[in-house]
Design a protein. Structure first.
Length: 306
């Protein structure tokens, strides 16, 4: 008979692996299916994660989390979950890309988000280089007084540029759409903050050894920056939850209760899939909440008599 896991975790980023650490320490049988595409693996060095005053590289953090999860009995398996079904008895059946199936009493979705169309053909490699970034909350501090551009569309990109004004006065907003389409109030805020606004085409960025250049469409000139932020937004990877009928908001982020439970009994979610503030610390905290709720939901594990 196919083994039924206490919990299947879909996603091997900080949320999924933290859930596995907690569930393993709760003496639960937990399996993580890791697609290997966590955006944490792009991070050259994170400096805002508590406990690492000198920072830590994203790949190293993932390695440590995998080691910790397996140390406490969790199984981390490479692969992709293509489909999840929930049977009449409440047991979930997951179908992998290989055609294999897995059964679990509960599921934690930690599939995260993907970047919308990027300013560079290989966004992951550009981010690893440190010259293109995606999260000013994460690393705006490291850009103090540097030449920074924010590339994106409309008010979303403008808001990111205004956020970065805390760190540098040398800011440019590179819009792939018409700057004249910006709301008047937004344009007034940009002017007040002395943020230059230029128009570019999406493929106009070039990575250099010492920065990034952009060919601007409005003046035909090449402009040079130390850092460029991609501000095209993200899309949640919520297809598995959607098939199960889980409730979502207008941005297709999963709606959860205070215990990180979705509207589908036994289905939990944590990390970027849940809310727009894409932070490693939040993902880990939500995973801890979800894992503890799952442990309390499942039948008690009794220790053997000593």
């Amino acid at each position: 008979m196919t083994e039924t896991w206490d919990c299947l975790v879909v996603g091997g980023g900080p949320a999924g692996l933290t859930a596995a650490v907690y569930l393993g320490r709760f003496r639960r049988r937990v399996l993580v299916v890791d697609g290997g595409d966590s955006r944490t693996g792009w991070i050259p060095r994170s400096h805002n994660l508590a406990g690492f005053p000198e920072g830590i590289a994203g790949p190293e953090l993932l390695d440590r989390l995998r080691e910790q999860a397996t140390h406490y009995g969790g199984i981390v398996r490479p692969g992709r979950v293509d489909r999840i079904d929930r049977g009449d008895a409440g047991i979930f059946t997951a179908t992998l890309g290989t055609g294999d199936t897995l059964r679990a009493t509960t599921v934690v979705l930690a599939t995260g988000v993907v970047e919308n169309p990027p300013p560079h053909a290989d966004l992951a490699e550009a981010v690893r280089s440190g010259r293109v970034r995606t999260c000013p909350i994460c690393d705006g501090y490291e850009g103090i007084d540097q030449r920074i551009a924010v590339m994106g569309a409309g008010a979303h990109a403008a808001a990111e540029a205004l956020f970065l004004r805390t760190y540098t006065a040398r800011l440019t907003l590179l819009l792939v759409d018409d700057p004249a389409a910006l709301p008047g109030e937004t344009r007034h805020q940009l002017d007040a903050a002395a943020i230059a606004v230029r128009q570019v085409r999406a493929g106009s960025l070039t990575l250099e050894d010492d920065g990034v250049t952009a060919l601007c469409a409005d003046d035909g000139q090449v402009h040079r920056f130390d850092i460029v932020y991609s501000a095209f937004g993200t899309a949640s990877q919520s297809g598995l939850a959607r098939r199960l009928g889980a409730r979502m908001d207008d941005d297709r982020r999963l709606l959860v209760d205070p215990h990180m439970a979705t509207s589908v009994p036994g289905l939990y979610a944590a990390g970027d899939l849940v809310r727009g503030l894409n932070q490693i610390s939040i993902a880990a905290g939500e995973a801890a909440i979800a894992a503890t709720a799952i442990h309390s939901h499942l039948p008690r594990v009794d220790a053997s008599p000593g």
